[in-house]
Design a protein around this ligand. Structure first.
Ligand code: GAL
Length: 377
């Protein structure tokens, strides 16, 4: 225990006063620091760089100068999406950005949840390949609520304030398919195997196909005897639809236009069951390796080649520039049911056995050996 005298008492009182002032100052400083939120103080206050993500959680954009791009994908089911993911990621990183990707396996709730997560992680821009064009509108409003802009990649989000749409001209894709097939089958019974109804691209492709077919239909030369969407673009669903069409027409089908190469492959399996593979012209899209092999083997007539590297690099450049606050350079407008979305639409290329070497092989999209096999001419 501590004992004290008169002089000592005065000195002690002085030190106590000084200590008291110091303590008070310390308390005041601590209170001030806690108030400024530097170490997780008063969460009710809002901060300039802090917003709410879709779940009301604090979403904080970091201000470390690194551009973070979130990529919300529907699926990796088709060969092309694997390329998109790889090439887009590389292009963002080449521009000094960071790339975060999540894939929803064709599940809308999962895609929305994943987008919320990336918003919560504080991405600077969200790039979306929607599974369902309408359901994904929620993602756009949640991102905007967090101050994050949205780029629609290849597929358009409908009925939402999308900031930019980058894709190929999907209506032109449909026109190229029908132009190739009507050259070989200018009359007769056609089967249209559409893509997934939830994917707005499938609707644009169909519009393009019928832009070309309608005059033939009006002249009574062509009859579309079967016209169905393919849920989730699944080849097995397309094969089933083609079987129904063949049954219903007793195998008398003159041409098939399928939404992409996966569905074309399914349709060709059904044609093969009727010994019609290679005898009925078939159109597809995406220049998948299996389709390129079918084209040189003669069971598929054509595909529409969309150079994915071009799409990925243009989209990455625009995404990073938008994330920096620059306005997107877009030369087209595409209406998504709500607004005219600033858009960049790249040119698709029709490919058949005659130009396959000069297009997908020349570009290195597939190697000659892979397409033609060991017996490459
Ligand atoms: C579309 C895309 C096509 C095709 C399809 C299936 O949106 O434009 O290239 O692959 O999805 O995933």
């Amino acid at each position: 225990m501590l004992e004290l005298n008169g002089k000592r008492k005065t000195a002690l009182r002085r030190w106590l006063r000084i200590a008291g002032v110091a303590l008070a100052a310390l308390v005041l400083w601590t209170l001030a620091t806690l108030g400024s939120g530097r170490d997780g103080g008063d969460s009710r206050r809002s901060y300039p760089d802090e917003t709410q993500d879709g779940r009301g959680q604090i979403a904080r954009k970091r201000d470390d100068g690194i551009i973070r791009v979130g990529f919300s994908m529907d699926t990796l089911q088709e060969e092309r999406w694997i390329k998109d993911q790889e090439l887009f990621g590389k292009a963002v990183e080449a521009l000094g950005g960071e790339f975060i990707v999540m894939t929803a396996d064709s599940d809308d709730a999962k895609q929305i949840e994943q987008a919320e997560t990336m918003i919560g992680m504080g991405v600077d821009l969200l790039v979306v390949v929607p599974h369902d064009a309408e359901a994904a509108a929620t993602i756009v409003s949640k991102a905007h609520a967090a101050g994050i802009k949205v780029l629609s990649y290849d597929r358009l989000v409908r009925n939402a304030d999308v900031d930019l749409y980058v894709s190929f001209d999907n209506e032109r894709v449909g026109e190229l398919m029908a132009e190739s097939i009507t050259k070989l089958a200018p009359a007769g019974k056609y089967v249209f195997i559409g893509g997934s109804d939830t994917d707005y691209n499938a609707h644009l492709v169909k519009k393009g196909v019928f832009n070309v077919l309608q005059p033939y239909i009006d002249r009574g030369e062509i009859t579309v005897v079967f016209d169905q969407w393919t849920p989730n673009w699944l080849p097995a669903n397309a094969r089933e639809n083609m079987r129904i069409a063949l049954e219903a027409n007793d195998g008398r089908i003159d041409a098939v236009i399928a939404g992409n190469d996966g569905t074309a492959g399914g349709a060709i399996e059904a044609l093969a069951e009727w010994d019609l593979a290679g005898r009925v012209p078939v159109a597809g899209q995406d220049a998948e390796l299996a389709a390129a092999q079918r084209i040189v083997a003669g069971t598929q007539t054509m595909t529409v080649y969309k150079p994915i590297r071009q799409l990925a690099e243009v989209a990455a450049e625009l995404a990073v520039s938008m994330a920096k606050g620059e306005s997107p350079r877009a030369d087209r407008l595409v209406n998504n049911g709500k607004i005219d979305v600033p858009s960049v639409l790249l040119t698709p290329i029709a490919v058949d056995a005659a130009n396959i070497d000069d297009t997908i092989i020349a570009d290195g999209f597939h190697s000659r050996e892979d397409v033609y096999g060991a017996a490459a001419p």
